[in-house]
Design a binder for this molecule. Structure first.
Ligand code: SF4
Ligand code: SF4
Length: 542
């Protein structure tokens, strides 16, 4: 259930960036309503075979930790320090220069010093120092250590779920410390105690059971796709085919489940179907790999590996040559940063080569998976599709770089190239808020819940401020993006901070502009909104 949210002006005025005196280690963290996520349903954690399944909630005093909880944590941390060299390095090399301190959207929007990336890491580092370093073992708190208590566990829970694993801080750290990796380990340790949150566990359990986060079964998936095909025909007059589980197709196309179930994602899904039909791509969807996203990334390395496996199992079963991935942020981080060593290499597939343009995607040599933006940009570059940007004249657009597609994998120019070809009005947000320095939506990494709404609005404030800038300066009324989580969480954020700006998939704009062979005289976009001046040239006013 949503917590009551104060007015935007009150929230903004209440943010103070002052450092309190005293030793932070003596302070007990108060778990503020509206700023944390509910505990997992036991049915989901049981289904996933996770440890210490029980009913518990963060707002209760007693979290019913297992008797040997301390031993579990210390053993879990020791194990991870041994397995992940990066963790050991990150624990040891921070010089507390403070370069990362004001770079986190949660610190900017909350003013809470424990949301400075350096401090978030210190929550774990203080335990590491105390129990794993010679100085800490002898000198304790003088060496920066602190004892592991139930209050520390509660503090971890609060702050490791106030980090969206966006990695913005790592861009500014002179030592390259990646706090997102520390958050991931912090969450893994909490999960060992059965402290999971529902917004991660239930989608992960659904994905494990039916192949997608929503728990949609194969026949439901087919119904949704059929519905989209009908819808697209109504809008364009063109009947497309959307093959499912077609053996021997050239390409497996994987989408995040929100694309065939939620708005505004769905309009992007219509755009993909129109595009693939127009170029005559031999592709298939899979009713089993019916999810590109991977909530395992927000839970643990083991869970991430488990859920990612289905994509490659399906590519093998269907005998495709390579894979195209749709607009999804964390799918790309999982695939490009972890896939090869977790599930791969996918050497049963071929190095992707566009059958339409002949382009070989050398960058996808190991993953064998191409992002839809790379694929579409290449089509446009080779003049393989006809576009009428005037059909997007009712939108003045800007672009939100998703943390995972931009910072994690460098997909910076292709979306902009596409946008400039499919619409006439594209305006960049300020330089230090885009590309590698992009600000997070504030609700990624599985924390986009209603009960966490206040923290989402706080965390999303820097992004919203940048949107507000182009809204006021250029009349921007549409924020386009290429991530399913962004499309779900940015609409309430903008409604709160910048009313009058909507959110769209990039391929919705492609679908609007795409001139299809045999189409009817189109008068509306894929949402059913009237084109300005019937989509003809010369219409500059919005
Ligand atoms: S990864 Fe992102 S959310 Fe987490 S501490 Fe760094 S900037 Fe903040
Ligand atoms: S920028 Fe890096 S070294 Fe400096 S305080 Fe932050 S994490 Fe530590």
């Amino acid at each position: 259930m949503a917590e009551k949210l104060i007015k935007p002006e009150e929230l903004a005025q209440g943010i103070k960036h002052t450092t309190p005196g005293g030793d932070w280690r003596d302070e007990k963290t108060e778990l503020k309503r509206g700023c944390f996520n509910y505990g997992a349903q036991p049915s989901s954690t049981k289904y996933l075979g996770l440890p210490n399944v029980r009913k518990w909630q963060p707002m209760h005093d007693d979290w019913q930790l297992p008797e040997n909880w301390k031993e579990i944590i210390i053993k879990g941390l020791a194990d991870r320090l041994k397995r992940f060299r990066s963790l050991q390095v990150f624990m040891d090399i921070c010089v507390r220069c403070g370069a990362c301190a004001d770079k986190c959207h949660f610190y900017i929007g909350s003013g809470d010093p424990k949301n400075m990336p350096v401090m978030r890491a210190e929550l774990l580092r203080s335990i590491y120092r105390n129990d794993f370093t010679a100085a800490g073992k002898i000198l304790g708190s003088i060496a920066g250590g602190r004892k592991l208590t139930v209050d520390v566990i509660k503090e971890w829970f609060y702050y490791f779920y106030q980090c969206t694993e966006c990695r913005r801080c790592s861009v500014f750290c002179p030592y390259g410390i990646d706090t997102a990796e520390i958050t991931m380990i912090g969450r893994e340790l909490l999960n060992l105690l059965g402290l999971d949150i529902d917004w991660i566990s239930t989608p992960a359990a659904n994905c494990f059971r039916t192949g997608n986060h929503l728990g949609v079964q194969p026949h439901g998936f087919k119904d949704s796709v059929d519905f989209a095909v009908d819808d697209l025909e109504e809008n364009t007059g063109v009947r497309v085919e959307a093959p499912i589980n077609k053996k021997g197709a050239e390409v497996l196309f994987v989408v995040p489940s929100a694309d065939y179930f939620g708005d505004p994602h769905y309009f992007g899904f219509l755009g993909y179907l129109a595009l693939f039909h127009e170029i005559g791509l031999d592709y298939t969807l899979s009713a089993f790999a019916s999810e590109g996203g991977n909530f395992g990334l927000f839970h643990s390395n083991e869970m991430m590996k488990r859920l990612n496996g289905k994509i490659y199992a399906e590519a093998k079963r269907l005998g495709v040559k390579w894979i195209i991935g749709a607009e999804c942020g964390h799918m790309w981080r999982v695939l490009h940063q972890y896939m090869d060593t977790m599930n791969g290499p996918a050497d049963f597939l071929e190095v992707p080569r566009s059958p339409i343009t002949g382009t070989v995607f050398e960058n996808a040599k190991t993953t064998r998976m191409v992002h839809i933006c790379e694929f579409t940009a290449d089509l446009i570059k080779h003049n393989k599709i006809k576009l009428d940007p005037n059909r997007n004249n009712h939108w003045k657009t800007t672009f939100h770089d998703s943390c995972n597609t931009s910072r994690a994998m460098g997909l910076l120019d292709e979306p902009r190239y596409i946008l400039n070809k499919v619409c006439n009005h594209f305006y960049e947000m300020p330089e230090n808020t885009i590309r590698e320095q992009t600000f997070c939506c504030g609700s990624g990494s599985g924390i986009g819940t209603d009960e966490n709404l206040e923290m989402r609005m706080r965390g999303g404030l820097p992004r919203a401020n940048a949107v507000k800038y182009v809204h006021e300066k250029h009349g921007v009324n549409l924020l386009s993006c290429i991530c399913a989580i962004d499309k779900a969480t940015l609409p309430p954020l903008l409604e709160y901070w910048v009313p009058g700006v909507e959110v769209a998939a990039l391929h919705e704009l492609v679908g609007n502009a795409l001139v299809m062979t045999g189409e009817k005289d189109r008068t509306t976009d894929l949402r059913g909104q009237e084109f300005v001046n019937n989509g003809k040239e010369g219409s500059e006013d919005v």
